[in-house]
Structure formats: C-alpha cells, structure tokens
Design a protein around this ligand. Sequence first.
Ligand SMILES: N[C@@H](CCC(=O)N[C@@H](CS)C(=O)NCC(=O)O)C(=O)O
Length: 240
Amino acid sequence: MIDLHFTPTPNAQKISIALEELELPYRLITYDIFEGDQHTAEFGRINPNHKLPAIVDHDPAFGGGPHAVFESGAILQYLAEKTGRLLPTDPRQRSVAIQWLTWQVAGLGPMGGQAAHFIRYAPVTLDYAIQRYTNELNRLLLVLERRLGEAEYLAGNEFSIADIAIWPGRSTGSVMNVDLQADYPNTCRWFNQIAMRPGVIRGRDAEKAVPAKYLQRKADLTEEQRSNMFGERMLNAVRL
Ligand SMILES: N[C@@H](CCC(=O)N[C@@H](CS)C(=O)NCC(=O)O)C(=O)O
C-alpha cells in the first residue's frame, strides 16, 4: 500500500494518474495548502520541502521498511522503476523520456507556476514579471508543440511518465488565454488522446475525494492564507 499525500493541483495529479495507470493500491491523504496543512513537522518528516505531492511506500522493492519520496519527477521515476512500467526499456528511448520529464519539472512547471503567480496572486500588477514568465512559458509551449509534431508521445512511440508529468498542466493554457485547439494542434491531439485513457480519467478524478472547499479558492486570499502560501508561515515551516 502507498500513501499519496495529495492536494488538487497539477503536480499532485501527476501521481494519482501514475498510480491509477500502474494499478497500484493507494490511500489518499488530502491537504488544504491554503490553510497550511503542509507546514506540520509530521509532514516535514515525509517531505523536508513541505510541498505536495509526496508518497510513502510501505512495501518498497528494496525492503527495509517504509520509504518516503518527494518531488513529483522523482516520485514518477520511483513508481516506474518499482513496476518496470511507463519508462521505455530501450536505453535510448528511456534517456529521451527522462529528458522530457526533467524539462517539465525544471522548466515548464516552474515557469507556468511563476506566470500563474504573477497573473493571479501578486498583490500588485508587475508588467515586467508577467511578460518575462509568459514569454518563457510561450516559448516552452512551442517546444512541446514541435516535439509532439515529430513523435506520438514525448519519449517517442510509447506513453510514459514524461507524458504524465506534462499532461495535468493543461490549465496552463487557461492562465495564458491560449487556444490549444487553434494554436497548438499537435499538443491538442496528444492531450485528447491521453485524456481518454481510463487510468488518466481515474487519476484526474482523485480530486473528487477532496473537500469541495479546496477547489473553490479565489485569487484574493486572506492574510493567513497568503502567509501560508507565500509568506512568513511558509518560511517558518523550514526554519531551524
Ligand atoms: N517541484 C515540486 C513542486 C511542488 C509544489 O510546488 N507543490 C505545491 C502544490 S502544486 C504546494 O505544495 N504548494 C504549497 C506551498 O507552496 O506551501 C514537485 O514537482 O513536486
């Protein structure tokens, strides 16, 4: 049994999708990140970075008791290696899959996150910051579009954890007001194809198990919520 520490966001959804695709039994433990559930010392022992997602595998293949894993990319790789699935066995294709996985966690994810932050949450409108992050996000979306014009999936002809890492960020388009259908036809083809996979549908629906209030957040946060997400309370969780 695997514990999935979860909140309804694209990063955490990557893992519910992977677990469903791999048909691994898991228990969902939900966090309201706006209320600061992620800042407890108990969760810090599972994820020293105090962010979602994280997993605890109570039956790791290498034995020795429960094993905690944080960072969505590392979790995806861990689950793929545990099961021998969702990562190509051919070394060249496997390397390609890891490259696109890393591209998402180091580029597309953080740039999308910063663009969303300055568009939705910044208390003042900072044109330069918005322009900087939306330009970079646009560039990354073009890189994705070009890749999906030359290959069916990110790693080539096999669905892999690289696709799972990128697919849940579909809301990126709505942040940017991008018309995926018109402007990114290859990405759109890939997106719709993956959306039909039963495992992906079940993994996406994991968020139905979280209390509705988690999903009804607005951009104007209370002072406490802002502090939990971007301020003092967030820093206090990692202070010595
Ligand atoms: N690089 C991390 C990012 C994790 C992350 O930023 N998680 C967000 C939710 S998507 C979070 O926990 N935010 C709460 C906070 O910042 O306190 C990963 O890929 O797992």
